[in-house]
Every structure is written in C-alpha cells, then in structure tokens.
Design a protein. Structure first.
Length: 224
C-alpha cells in the first residue's frame, strides 16, 4: 500500500483503516498494532493515534488501556430490535406531546437540531449522540411521561455507538438534519399524526440503512 498524502494525515489514516474494517480486511477483534500500522501507512504515531480515537468515536475500534486497540464487534444482531423499540416508544411520545408543545419547546428543539448539524459539519462524531437525544427529548417532554422518556434515554444510550456508525458509514447526516427539521415543523403546526409518522420513519429508516451496511460489511469479512 502506498503512503498517505491526501488531506491531513489523521483523516487519511482514519479513512484507510475504516475502509479495511468495513470491507472485512481487518476482522472484529483483530489487534491494531500502532507501530506496524504507522510504518505501513507512512504516518507517525501521533496522527495514527488520533485516527484510532476517531474510529473509536465511530464505534469501529475499541481502545483498551494498557492493551492497545482492537477492531470492535459490529452490532448487527442488536440493530433491528433497538431501533424498532425506539420507533414504537418515540412515535407514541411525540403523538402525546405535540398538542401540549409550546413555542419555547419547539425553539429549544430547533436549537438542539442546529447543534447536531454543527457537530456534524465539524466532524465531532462524539457530540452527535448527546445533540440527537437533546433534540428528541425537547419534543417529547411535553407528553409528561417521565418513565417512558427515561426508557427512551436508556435506548439512546445503547444506540449511541450505532448512531455514530449509521451517520459515518451510510452518509446519513444530511438526511438526519432534514428529518429533524421536518419533525420540528410538524410539532410547531400541531400535527400529531404527521409528527408521529415522521419520527417513526426517521428511526426505522436509520436502523434499516445501518443494518444493511453492517450486513454488507459482515459478508465482506466472511469472503475476504
């Protein structure tokens, strides 16, 4: 493999390793030996370490203290169930919340959606989960269903790595930004039926795209 020269060395190293993981050339659980990878990719240890940290934020690498980095397991078996649970609970919450939502609630949600888009533009993958939850929670709180919202927050925590993967490997960031705006608009218009449908489609669509991408990566790993 030729040494890397395009964009920054960190970007290039992250791109090269991401491609190997998603195409099965680096299998789940495989150790990522930094000295050997740095020499192979033609970068120093610092940009390589930054690239591994970026891939950890995306859910593709696990960094173990005192043990180095390994390729993370891809959570194919969990994706469908977790995203379907989210869709079921969250579409119900927003249906209940929409008639009670105030202009301030919608403004808060739109501000959170802007934070999500800005983090996406900056490439701050680690910030996306919190910004995404903040957007959704701002729209769900008027339902006054604290126990259901607590369950949703737990599911978001379990889906956080999957969200980062989905946005990274399916190029779903721009779609998510558009869908967030459409959901907020439906709540502002007090259209509970439309808001519930948009939330369900938003979550189920993201889960299906991620499951398809992970299935492709898994098949690539089996045939490599």
């Amino acid at each position: 493999m030729s040494t890397l020269t395009r964009r920054t060395l960190t970007d290039a190293a992250a791109d090269a390793l991401r491609d190997r993981i998603l195409h099965g050339r680096l299998a789940a659980g495989a150790p990522l030996r930094q000295e050997a990878l740095a020499a192979e990719l033609g970068v120093s240890r610092i940009p390589l370490r930054e690239a591994l940290q970026r891939l950890e934020a995306e859910g593709l690498v696990t960094l173990k203290p005192h043990h180095g980095a390994v390729v993370a397991e891809l959570p194919l078996d969990d994706v469908t169930e977790l995203f379907e649970l989210r869709a079921m609970l969250e579409s119900d919450l927003i249906r209940r919340a929409t008639p009670c939502a105030t202009a301030a609630d919608v403004t808060t949600a739109r501000s959170c959606a802007d934070d999500f888009g800005a983090a996406l533009d900056r490439g701050e993958i680690t910030e996306l989960g919190a910004a995404n939850l903040a957007f959704h929670a701002a729209l769900y709180r008027p339902a006054d269903r604290p126990r259901t919202l607590e369950l949703v927050e737990r599911l978001h925590g379990q889906c956080d790595r999957m969200l980062r993967l989905q946005l990274t490997i399916t190029d779903g960031g721009a779609r998510a930004v558009r869908e967030h705006r459409a959901i907020a608009a439906a709540v502002r218009q007090r259209d509970a039926t439309r808001a519930a449908r948009l939330v369900r489609d938003h979550i189920i669509g993201a889960g299906r795209r991620l499951a398809a991408a992970l299935a492709t990566a898994s098949r690539n790993g089996e045939t490599s």
